[in-house]
Design a protein around this ligand. Sequence first.
Ligand SMILES: *[C@@H]1O[C@H](CO)[C@@H](O)[C@H](O)[C@H]1NC(C)=O
Ligand SMILES: *[C@@H]1O[C@H](CO)[C@@H](O)[C@H](O)[C@H]1NC(C)=O
Ligand SMILES: *[C@@H]1O[C@H](CO)[C@@H](O)[C@H](O)[C@H]1NC(C)=O
Ligand SMILES: *[C@@H]1O[C@H](CO)[C@@H](O)[C@H](O)[C@H]1NC(C)=O
Length: 362
Amino acid sequence: MALAAKSWIIGRIITLLFYLKLVTFIDAAPQVPCYFIFGDSLSDCGNNNKLQSLAKVNSPPYGVDYPGGVTGRFTNGRTFVDFLAEFLGFDHHMPGFATVEGNAVLQGVNYASSGSGILNETGAIVGERFSLLQQIDNHKSIITRIKQIQGNNDQTTNQYLNKCMYTVNIGSNDYEGNYLMVPAANRTTPPDKWAAQLITAYSDTLKTLHGLGARKVAIWGLGQLGCEPSQVLEAKPKTPSGCVDDINKMISLFDNSLPKLVDDLSKTLPEAHFVYVNSSNISPGNDAAALGVKVTLEPCCKVGKTGGCIPNSAPCANRNDYSYFDLYHPSERSNLHGSLKAYNSTEPLDVYPMNLQKLALL
Ligand SMILES: *[C@@H]1O[C@H](CO)[C@@H](O)[C@H](O)[C@H]1NC(C)=O
Ligand SMILES: *[C@@H]1O[C@H](CO)[C@@H](O)[C@H](O)[C@H]1NC(C)=O
Ligand SMILES: *[C@@H]1O[C@H](CO)[C@@H](O)[C@H](O)[C@H]1NC(C)=O
Ligand SMILES: *[C@@H]1O[C@H](CO)[C@@H](O)[C@H](O)[C@H]1NC(C)=O
């Protein structure tokens, strides 16, 4: 009897598993028809490869854990936007603006460019890059292509674009590739005024994006830039936290304005849903022990003068032990953690006022 009951239960479980699999299969269409990505090197998938730029990484060990190997992604494997594309149900990562062809534009494009910022002049030191405003211009040209494919009907295309997911993660370079490059004693703008100027410019650009049909938009805070290995290794003297607390404090002036920004935009723009992701709170450093991350303040790869991995050098063996891959960029392990929280967390400190899954299904 006991045995029969057991095998009945096992039978049920197998049926249930089969059913769940089937449900997953039936559900396999993406939760949104399209996903557009704006940002800097955290999101870049190779858009800088053909630019005259110091900020490109088209050689190993970048991509060592990515299915396609080297692509121009600034990490060992997938970026956080690659993971988000997977969670949203896409069977591919969004193609880069620099290379996307044909009908692929219908499902979304990645415009992100390493070195870029909210301000046009940000990142000039690395050479060519697509600033956020240039990324918006590039999006306009993609919309023209989408319109052509959809039969040149403005309303059809606009209704289609309303359903897409949009993520924007930018601003780090407006500090590291702009404000912080001037010695503190020489800065003419105080930190609070700098943050306010960035927020004003960011707000204007997000309104433009809304004007181009975006309704579901998630934006990321900059998080603990003062805990990046690049900052930590230069810090003199070291602070007890291990991070450069002054930089974290300065960045929080920007980040702390973002919840109000998403509230304002959602309230004032028609049908708009803006979401804020708190990069500080979703950092793997906060859960290092639980995640099995052992090294949070040092890079995995051997870095050269620019902070990038030395081309063709061997990366660390246990890449999941590290939160950072090079001096500036998180490892795939960190990207997985952060994207899962953004997509899935029910904690308002992680995602405000809702997670990306809810945003997608609105
Ligand atoms: C989301 O959260 C649930 C419950 O915590 C988990 O089972 C699931 O694997 C998570 N990931 C995705 C992509 O939904
Ligand atoms: C910034 O760049 C955009 C796109 O390239 C351009 O249209 C705009 O005029 C520039 N703005 C300024 C203030 O330079
Ligand atoms: C900072 O200001 C000092 C004094 O005015 C000047 O000599 C120096 O060149 C400036 N440095 C930079 C990097 O602007
Ligand atoms: C983000 O999370 C941190 C905790 O990790 C918290 O101190 C901070 O206030 C949060 N920022 C915002 C703008 O919610």
